[in-house]
Design a protein around this ligand. Structure first.
Ligand code: PLP
Length: 465
């Protein structure tokens, strides 16, 4: 007696696509094929997971109990091991303490939680789906690539997840204005959206170089009613935008709330932004299991400041799943040519927190560079530095060129234009798919690429070939 693909899928508790794949890989004992129809012996057992034999091995640190990790990290002072903390002047520290106290009381109240849940569902359009890239996977080999579609979040990026949370907190605290920095403009657009939603004023600081590169997002912020303030010093990119935003926030702390753009900054921001972004991983873990009957072998995400990656990783920390953060190697390994802060960074303090920072021999902060404006930051969230040191998350890097190839492949094979930032995570998945025999990778597609198309066509016209 034989089963059809559908019957086998029901028996094994996995979806039909997965069974068809197992058939194609010839991994079912006694399998027959008649024409296009697979015939699966009734007594065949579900093929064992190849995880152990795959190149995709998980590295769970046994010294840390990940079932209680969220409660223990960060500690009460905002430390993840030796990273994190709050290194700001006393005036700003008073604001950080006020925000932390408000976070612990307001954000943990059922009223706040329910309001944010409603906003996420009805305004943001959550949950965002999981998507199986069949054409891309088949084109590359046998590894199956899946996307968590944060590009389908309202406004086209994951940033709104924490901005709606931060802005809601600002409203509860009686603030009337949001201040933020932005690199790619995704965070600025999300803050401008949240400000419009809650009826708050909004100032966004953005480097002049990024304003030109990401012009569509500048227009969106302005249309939404935000003031976009050009930052004209230094490299005129993200680091200086943070400097300028902080400098101006200090002058108006009574009425304004600083909406930080990632899991960076002084405590409690890395904790607060992580918790608002965790929705990505929580949804993705359930959705992936429902779609395939198992967990992915690997989850990867690009790392700028690190919030989309922390957001998806957190749900998988206690699972036998390989987690990979993908850093921008830009044009090369030389200082100033990349923004790979985990790979090349040294322990230092920048923007009020301790983490890995790109510094020169004199300890001065180096310029950072990436084709993706949202990734060219010379440091990284302190939790990433910690997860790297304990070995739970691996960090790989991808060049501009690899990111552009991934950008093009996703456009042409799946009809999805990814943000250049997200294309870095995809480029890593593509690299693995070309070298591994089997397995599944879930890529966090943090945003859509509409903001990048003008710049890409102008600078890299070969993309149209
Ligand atoms: C679409 C997109 N993905 C990723 C990032 C990087 O930020 P993070 O590492 O905090 O997720 C940005 C930053 O602007 C972005 O716009």
């Amino acid at each position: 007696m034989y089963l059809t693909v559908k019957q086998a899928a029901e028996k094994w508790g996995i979806n039909e696509r997965r069974v068809r794949l197992l058939c194609q890989e010839n991994r079912i004992e006694g399998l027959k094929k008649e024409g296009k129809k697979y015939m699966i012996p009734e007594n065949a057992s579900k093929p064992s997971d190849l995880r152990g034999k795959r190149v995709l091995k998980t590295n769970i640190n046994k010294k840390i109990d990940f079932s209680t990790y969220r409660k223990n990290y960060p500690d009460i002072n905002g430390y993840f091991g030796k990273y994190g903390g709050s290194f700001v002047d006393p005036k700003l520290q008073k604001c950080m303490t006020e925000i932390y106290n408000a976070y612990l009381t307001i954000c943990k109240s059922s009223k706040f939680i329910n309001e944010l849940r409603e906003i996420r569902h009805h305004f943001q359009g959550r949950p965002t789906p999981i998507y199986h890239c069949e054409r891309l996977s088949n084109y590359l080999g046998k590894v199956q690539i899946y996307l968590k579609r944060e590009d389908l979040n309202h406004m086209g990026a994951h940033k709104l997840n924490h901005c709606m949370g931060e802005a809601l907190l600002a409203k509860y605290m009686g603030k009337t204005k949001l201040i933020a920095e932005t690199g790619a403009g995704s965070h600025g657009t999300a803050v401008a959206t949240a400000a419009a939603y809650f009826g708050l004023k909004c100032d966004i600081y953005m480097g002049e170089v990024d304003m030109e590169k990401q012009a569509p997002n500048v227009a969106r912020m302005r249309i939404l009613g935000a003031r976009v303030i050009p930052v004209k010093f230094g490299t005129r990119t993200l680091k200086e935008a943070v400097d300028a935003a902080f400098e101006n926030y200090v002058k108006e702390t009574k009425d304004a709330f600083y909406c930080i753009g990632s899991v960076v900054g002084p405590h409690p921001y890395p904790l607060m932004v992580r918790e608002f972004q965790e929705i990505i991983g929580r949804e993705a873990r359930e959705q992936f299991k429902e779609m395939t009957g198992e967990l992915p072998d690997c989850v990867c995400a690009c790392v700028g400041g690190g919030c989309n990656s922390i957001g998806i990783f957190e749900a998988f920390l206690n699972d036998p799943v390989k987690l990979v953060g993908v850093e921008p190697m830009g044009k090369g390994k030389a200082p100033g040519e990349n923004a790979a802060s985990i790979t090349f960074g040294k322990e230092a303090i920048l923007h009020g927190f301790k983490s890995k920072v790109l510094v020169n021999e004199k300890g001065e902060v180096c310029d950072a560079y990436s084709i993706a404006s949202g990734l060219d930051y010379p440091s990284v969230g302190p939790e990433h530095a910690f997860l790297h040191d304990i070995g739970r998350v691996e960090y790989e890097s991808v060049t501009d060129e690899e990111a552009l190839e991934a950008f093009k492949l996703l456009c042409r094979l799946e009809g999805i234009i990814p943000a250049l930032e997200s294309a870095h995570a995809l480029a890593y998945a593509i690299r693995v798919a070309r070298t591994c025999h089997s397995g599944s990778i879930l890529v966090n597609l943090s945003g859509r690429g509409d903001k990048d198309v003008d710049h890409v066509i102008k600078k890299y016209p070969q993309i149209l070939e």
